[in-house]
Design a protein around this ligand. Structure first.
Ligand code: TYM
Length: 328
């Protein structure tokens, strides 16, 4: 691997089925950038424990995310793919960061504030979540972290934490940059709110045709009779980067198609259904064939874990020396 390639790192939580918000907001970038970067993509299974405490479901979700990563086109020859829990150094470094970080600083994190607004008793893992994420990123000297807008503050916390550690113990960590694509930074769900596994407003990335129809038909439309904003915003995703929606005649632009069909929600939704089906079908087929060889997927994940651990443990040795616990 060439030394001058920048290091790209990101992950997703195995907390449910990935959706098109995860894909366009983050996962698509992993695939597009995997060759020009030294790429680390992982499954944040310990992060998922903050909300999912069902071992059977978690196990299945972890395997599913590994299959999903392969199905979207991540190539284990280019990418180190692993699960967080295979690298205990993540948790070790998180503890060291916890000792450097103040409670009021973490109390300002949006994700914590949202959790607190929803539940009266928030677990400590949810509170400390950004520091485990900082460890995930900083252990690998990541330069860029492709994420959706909702994770921006977490990457900033990782930067702050790196700066703080470097100030106290001397230059050790690189400051990572979030990479957020402005046109997909927040993908709306079928209710117009941010698409999110926890809100039940998703279009799953590997949805079956019938599911796609059901999701699109439930997209909330305004009653003003104009352009249905949520339908249009979701449709735009499928027209990105030269993907030509099959619903459009030659040379037509998506916006013209919407202008011509103002108020005709059924026509617009049917066109969106067609475009999503065309987009998802090959991904879904590929996913099914990968899922047939579970052992190969597990082997790939295990090998990725060994590669990631080699890098993480070398960095952790340096950290132990810096903080003063390494005597031999
Ligand atoms: P997670 O699992 O919630 O989401 C995975 C990725 O999808 C993005 N995303 C979205 N982007 C646009 N529109 C949406 N509606 C939308 N919903 C989700 C997220 O921003 C994310 O990039 N904390 C992370 C996982 C994580 C991580 C890391 C990421 C743990 N450690 C280190 C990067 C680096 C999370 O919960 O993502």
């Amino acid at each position: 691997m060439s030394k001058d390639r920048k290091i790209l790192l990101s992950g997703i939580q195995p907390s449910g089925r990935p959706h098109i918000g995860n894909y366009f907001g983050a996962m698509k970038q992993f695939v597009e950038l995997q060759k020009e970067h030294e790429t680390f993509i992982f499954i944040a299974d310990y992060h998922a424990l903050t909300t999912l405490q069902n071992p059977k479901e978690l196990k299945q979700n972890i395997l599913n995310v590994a299959i999903d990563y392969l199905a979207i086109g991540l190539d284990p020859k280019n990418v180190t793919l692993y699960k967080q829990s295979d690298i205990p150094e993540h948790m070790e470094l998180a503890w060291i960061f916890e000792c450097l970080t103040t409670v009021p600083y973490l109390e300002r994190a949006h994700a914590f504030k949202d959790a607190q607004a929803k539940r009266s008793e928030v677990n400590v893992g949810t509170f400390n979540y950004p520091l485990l994420m900082a460890a995930d990123i900083l252990l690998y000297d990541a330069d860029v972290v492709p994420v959706g807008q909702d994770q921006k503050q977490h990457v900033e916390i990782a930067r702050d934490t790196a700066e703080k550690f470097n100030r106290v113990y001397g230059e050790t960590f690189k400051l990572p940059q979030p990479m957020i694509l402005s046109d997909v930074s927040v993908v709306p769900g079928i209710d117009g709110e941010k698409m999110s596994k926890s809100k039940g407003n998703t279009i799953p990335l590997f949805a079956e045709d019938a599911e796609i129809e059901k999701c699109v038909m439930s997209i909330v439309t305004d009653s003003s009779g104009g352009i249905p904003k949520n339908v249009h915003e979701i449709h735009t995703l499928f027209a990105l980067d030269g993907h030509r929606p099959t619903s459009l005649s030659d040379g037509a632009r998506l916006d013209d198609f919407y202008a011509q069909n103002e108020g005709k929600y059924k026509i617009l939704k049917e066109a969106l259904i067609e475009d999503i089906k065309t987009f998802i079908r090959p991904l879904r087929e590929k996913r099914k064939s990968i899922a047939e060889d579970k052992e190969a997927v597990l082997k790939m994940l295990k090998e990725g874990g060994l590669r990631a651990r080699a890098k993480a443990s070398a960095k952790m040795e340096e950290v132990r020396e810096k903080v003063g616990v390494k005597l031999y």
